[in-house]
Design a protein around this ligand. Sequence first.
Ligand SMILES: [Zn+2]
Ligand SMILES: [Zn+2]
Length: 284
Amino acid sequence: MIRRMALVIIVSLVFIIGIFSICKMRLADANKEAAEKNQQMESELDDFKNKNIENILYTDDVFSIRKLTKDTYVYTAYGEFNGQKYPANGLILVGNSGLILIDTPWDDKKTRDLLAILKNTFHKNVSDAIVTHFHNDRVGGIKALQEEDISVHSTPLTDMLAVSDGYAHSLGDLSNNDFLTIDGRTLEIYYPGKGHTEDNITIYDKKDKLLFAGCFSKNNSDKTLGNIADADIPEWLKSINKLQEKYTEEQINWVIPGHGNLGGYDLLDHTKSLVEEQLKEHSK
Ligand SMILES: [Zn+2]
Ligand SMILES: [Zn+2]
């Protein structure tokens, strides 16, 4: 009897130890996997920054599409500004079943062209778009999107300003501090206050640690604030401070400016120093 009990205890012990080691192995595997993934993400980021954003998926005379993360792409569209060829950045987010576009190219024709390119490249349709302020490099193609039954999200202010400039109505459905989940992608909409324009919003993707700052942020080679026809410079400074209070450096891998090279958190610092310079200029 005692021998039988001892046998049962030994068998149970062996069983428990066995389960325990399997769990431990699995945990170690998971840790290793997480570390590898992290390392891979970091090296992807380094690659990207060093090469100044290669990873080109598509390019022609007007457009380029570059891969930023597994399911997030930046598109650049060349338009004309003051008689010069001028690039503007937008985003393409791959959702569960379709695509989400952040900002339209400069006009309806270019937007139709981009939709066709996206269809050919991703084999998916755009279901939704978000526009980040009322200038043509953001809302110029609203009509072309609506022809394809694409929902165009905006704040009521952007909608109002765009319509008064002759563009089609967008939904005006976003609030100044909003979470939006579209097709499996969760985005944070934030209005930091007036800056490049009185309606400029930013879009943050926590998963990718990516802040689409649009024309609220300059790029690192910009020496001036560019088009400030509708800007509020003193408020811009306050708004950048608010944005930097909202998102810390640790929360951000990427800042996407409206024009030119992408970067990290330093783009916000750089924009701030340009705003400060402009304020000094003004007070002279
Ligand atoms: Zn603008
Ligand atoms: Zn712009």
